[in-house]
Design a protein around this ligand. Sequence first.
Ligand SMILES: Nc1ncnc2c1ncn2[C@@H]1O[C@H](COP(=O)(O)OP(=O)(O)OP(=O)(O)O)[C@@H](O)[C@H]1O
Length: 276
Amino acid sequence: MSDAILKIEQLCVSFDGFPVLDNLDLVVARGELRFLIGPNGAGKTTLMDVISGKVRARSGRVLFDPTVPASGDPYPPSVEIHGEIRFEGLELSRMREDAIVRAGIARKFQTPSVFNSLSVAENVAVAASYRDRFFRQLMPPSAGRRERVRDALAQVGLLERAGVHAGALSHGERQWLEIAMLLVQSPRIMLLDEPIAGMTKQERERTGELLHRLAGAHTIIITEHDMDFVRQYARTVTVLHMGQVLREGPIDEIQQDPVVREVYLGRQKVHAGDAA
Ligand SMILES: Nc1ncnc2c1ncn2[C@@H]1O[C@H](COP(=O)(O)OP(=O)(O)OP(=O)(O)O)[C@@H](O)[C@H]1O
């Protein structure tokens, strides 16, 4: 794979001496929509925590290539030497959380963190200034920034709600607002923790379509428990189990895999049509 944006090698994390991630290897391609699934306690959140710098690894490497694609070419080839990817990106496991954000990794947690008293557009404008120096944050938004805010809101379908107080949004709209708050920062990778939790069926569908629209131009890594949603919208799925990658591949193959069914899907409500 020559267009990797994230390459995780032999990652180990322990809590109180108990291994939670155990020599985990993972490669994510630029522009990919990657679903992380697995039973409770498999290590999904911890993996997201390591990528975003919230949790420190005991050993291993988290390599991130923040190269901006050349215009017109969304999938620039990384340098390959003798079949090996020469990965000269950043080593995230040694970086501070704020430095990782500035390097282009944005995360949306399950619990929304919007300012209810600000309008939808103001929330996105605040997010747009995260990477600014302090004095720049005090200045009124430039025309360019206002345009970026509008663009982010348009992408998530909230442009018509720009002037509404965030506190008045529905649950689904708040989640999309948060995605707009990531988009306006032009992240290289977006990490989404169970973004559809608590959404209505309609909101889930809109979110799935949104993720598909964003993938390609953006790299998205998403943890998800809702297997109906995963079946409908996932492309490549990585199944974690006991801190390791159990399986990885297209969802059609993954859901037929007997080992996966045993450790994970078998515990879920399986559709009648899925029976082997
Ligand atoms: N801060 C912590 N201190 C100690 N143990 C922790 C901590 N965070 C997570 N764990 C443990 O690490 C293991 C992996 O947890 P993690 O939250 O990463 O799993 P998960 O796959 O995200 O699970 P879920 O789907 O339930 O969110 C679990 O056994 C959990 O109890």
